[in-house]
Design a protein around this ligand. Sequence first.
Ligand SMILES: Nc1ncnc2c1ncn2[C@@H]1O[C@H](COP(=O)(O)OP(=O)(O)OP(=O)(O)O)[C@@H](O)[C@H]1O
Ligand SMILES: [Mg+2]
Length: 355
Amino acid sequence: MSELQLSDVRKSYGNFEVIKGVDLDIKTGEFVVFVGPSGCGKSTLLRMIAGLEEITSGDLTIDDERMNDVDPSKRGIAMVFQSYALYPHMTVRENMGFALRFAGVPKAEIEQRVGEAAIILELGPLLDRKPKQLSGGQRQRVAIGRAIVRHPKIFLFDEPLSNLDAELRVHMRIEIARLHKKLATTIVYVTHDQVEAMTLADKIVVMRNGVVEQVGSPLDLYDDPANLFVAGFIGSPKMNFLKGIVDAGGTQVRLPDFGNATIPVAIKGATPGSSVTIGIRPEHFGDSGSASLDLTIDMLEHLGGETFAYARHGDGELIIIETKNGRGLKSGDSIAARFDPAAVLVFDADGRRLR
Ligand SMILES: Nc1ncnc2c1ncn2[C@@H]1O[C@H](COP(=O)(O)OP(=O)(O)OP(=O)(O)O)[C@@H](O)[C@H]1O
Ligand SMILES: [Mg+2]
């Protein structure tokens, strides 16, 4: 069943349209992650779902009930923000119970719900502390606890981990995945972090400029992007994009910036002579494969387990190559970067995927 539904949802500030017709179906229990460049409308869309921003036009339904004009407190939603201001003079217990107390929930029930949330988040021993006596990760867990005690149907998270250091982010990422398993509640989550999006999401929504570019499972988007934007956005380091010309027979692409290397790729619907973009992921290069590029290594990043080599043909653009066997490489080395043409993606001049 589809729990949360957006139909042609739009938002304008004055004449400035920031959400330009979003359609989205989110099923009960799904973990959905919004990604996209800064300013593309992720927070605005989340805040519209929460009821913190008015919806200019279109429909928002939860369990088939239209919610556009329903008060935020009556939508069955709890939101966790990036800056999770806790009340400094209240204990963890009081912070977590505050919204319930405000809503007039009986004391015994507040105690019980706070106790449950404390077990889930392992905050039991910290209930009588004040926020300043907690680490960043513990404070973030209290902020999540405040949302859990409300027993929402849907959790909304807006970059909840971006204030934490790298190690804590990894820890909290795993905590959030565990929380989702345990509660099986629908989650809509905004992040800038590729790894968070790839590891947490059942479904990623890639946005650009107020529009949804593609929706799919993390690996579907990675393996099968619909366009150049999604191909370049999902994956780190980024996919390499090379200019190509479709040859006369339509069965090969020639790369003018790479000594006219040719790659055998059969593309339906590409006119001979037309310009295309070839996409190759850094990890698709290796020592085998029937296609190859003659490159010179410009710079190397040795990460221990793997190496990123930045290489170019002549004075052309840099290509990123990821390899497990890069320890012997030196800058200035000439290499033949081989790859399997079957791993290559092709895009037309408008950035649409050609298959
Ligand atoms: N109250 C407002 N009045 C006018 N424009 C606004 C208002 N709030 C947001 N915007 C604009 O709406 C667009 C989308 O903003 P939003 O905060 O949703 O982006 P975002 O995708 O969450 O970005 P980030 O990744 O930086 O958080 C931006 O261009 C922003 O400047
Ligand atoms: Mg935002």
